[in-house]
Design a binder for this molecule. Structure first.
Ligand code: DC
Length: 248
């Protein structure tokens, strides 16, 4: 029996997908996004890093983080770029590499505050939509499945109990942690409260997101579960696209 010459499978189906990962701070979004990006050959884009870079600029400018008009004006003069890297995104703020300057507590807190303003969110969302427009991305944040890419191919809402998230953060602080575990958990609860209760695009799961609660999972188990969620969505997508042209 002769086999028909096989036409290469268009990798577009895989490469052009958009995976949205949302969830609260410390749920493991970045780690899982990074693994998914590697596994499925996607670009990994951390939208939180964009809010952080903008917050850094506002702090440097000495702006009040409650002054919505001043922040909006600042955004109009700001350029933020993300470059997908192996371990984390490289973040360029007005062409300056600020990757190493945006993870401290002051910027973390400021990012959560500036992200409450609708004008800032609109500005960010437009940029994030442009970044992911060509597909082939896993994008993580708070509003990716609800606002930035409501038609994403796979949406995961990653959560875990605050105490567990806080302890994971604490463990990442190394041998000389700047805070006690209870302080880390307290800050995280405060950020959760702000992110979940803001009037604009509060943190919540999209209706069609798959909930993944990693409270009682190891990181490996959570990564595996996330991979399976995306695999399933891809299989459904393939079915919806009809039979492939290179069947024997
Ligand atoms: O994911 P992260 O911790 O780096 O995010 C920093 C802050 O940015 C977070 O407190 C809320 C905000 N954020 C947001 O409002 N929407 C996003 N898509 C990503 C982050």
């Amino acid at each position: 029996m002769s086999r028909k010459a096989s036409i290469p499978q268009p990798i577009d189906r895989v490469r052009k997908i958009i995976v949205a990962i949302d969830g609260p701070a410390g749920a493991g979004k970045s780690t899982i996004a990074r693994h998914l990006a590697r596994h499925f050959g996607l670009l990994n884009l951390e939208t939180g890093a964009m809010y952080r870079a903008f917050a850094l600029k506002a702090l440097r400018a000495g702006l009040s983080l409650d002054d919505s008009a001043a922040l909006e004006e600042l955004a109009a003069q700001t350029d933020i770029r993300l470059e997908s890297g192996d371990t984390e995104n490289r973040v360029l703020l007005d062409c300056e590499d600020v990757t190493g300057l945006i993870r401290n507590q002051m910027v973390t807190d400021a990012a959560s505050r500036v992200s409450q303003f609708p004008a800032i969110r609109e500005w960010m969302v437009l940029r994030q939509q442009k970044l992911g427009a060509a597909g082939g991305v896993v994008m993580e944040g708070r509003d990716i499945g609800t606002v930035v890419f409501p038609h994403a191919d796979a949406k995961i809402f990653l959560d875990a109990a605050p105490e567990v998230r806080g302890m994971r953060r604490f463990d990442q602080m190394g041998p000389k942690p700047a805070q006690q575990p209870e302080e880390v958990i307290r800050d995280l609860r405060e950020r959760d409260r702000r992110d979940r209760n803001r009037a604009n695009s509060p943190l919540r799961a999209a209706e069609d997101a798959v909930l993944l609660d990693s409270t009682n999972m190891t990181l490996e188990e959570a990564v595996k579960a996330a991979e399976e969620i995306v695999e399933k969505k891809l299989a459904l997508r393939k079915l919806a696209a009809g039979p492939s042209t290179n069947s024997i």
